[in-house]
Design a protein around this ligand. Sequence first.
Ligand code: ZN
Length: 345
Amino acid sequence: MKAVFITGHGGNEVVEIGERPRPARGPGEVLVRMRAATLNRVDLYMRDSGAGITHRLPQIMGLDGAGIVEEVDASETSLSPGQRVVVHPGIACGRCEFCQRGEGVLCTSIQYLGEHRDGTLAEYVCLPATNVFPMPESLDFAEAAALGVNHLTAWRMLFTKAQLKPWETVLIFGIGGGVSLAALQLAKLAGSRAIVTSRDDPKLQRALAMGADHAINGTTQDVAREVMALTGGRGVDVVIENVGQAVWSSALKSLVRGGRIVTCGATTGDQPPADLRRIFIRQLQLFGSTLGDLDEFRHLLALTGRAALRPVIDSRYPLGDVHAALDRLEAGSQFGKIAITIDEP
Ligand code: ZN
């Protein structure tokens, strides 16, 4: 089958577009004929260095994805061949203490598609039936694929970790990135007030058009000061953050007393000053978050179908043009997800 796989670590020269064996389906697994996936920051980390993640080369890239069920156990009750499906990329062990208490997302031996095992940038992917969900009818394959990492991550950050309420205000850094846009869409669906930041005015304009209540340019404006002006000197209830070091100080200064900050990434560096005095005196709450569990994904999919939620697709590239797609992701100028479309074999 056709696939995109890394043969080493470096630049696009280690990303090969070629033939890999079609995976053999085991009992309890689903063979999915992939139709689309989207790129995530971690695809670059895997290409560049492997990011310290245990994996074997060559390994097929890609975390999220959507496609059509090709083969499934005859005893499977909720999936059948020909069905359009979307995948949850984290395969938990089911046996460790975290899995046993229903927190598969904390599993000590979780395997992510495209990180620890072959991913979704391929004509076929095999994975446990528990990780395969019927796709919302309202979306195309690329839009559905986008839910599996970014929207799921944003869902857990906003609703499970920060417990965002409709009357609260959330500050979202780095609008244009996949998780930030997903957080904006979900926060607005929840009825909350959303303030977004970017260093790029066109991105801020697009975010305002999508329903953001206020937009702050992080280069030309002082974010914390603007937030205080917009909130009557109070500060926001929740900060959603994956930029890291470059914005950490303004993020903490933008929070109301007792406010919550959730981080899921650190693209500009992961060692900002902790500002501990501010954290304890103002009793701030800090949450780390990664992806989301199967139950959270089920809830996200239910809401997507009901609420006309549609992930923003920046651009679409055929599988054979993955190098250009990775270049676009690396340049950071995208607004929304960079999708890879996969033709029927
Ligand atoms: Zn486990």
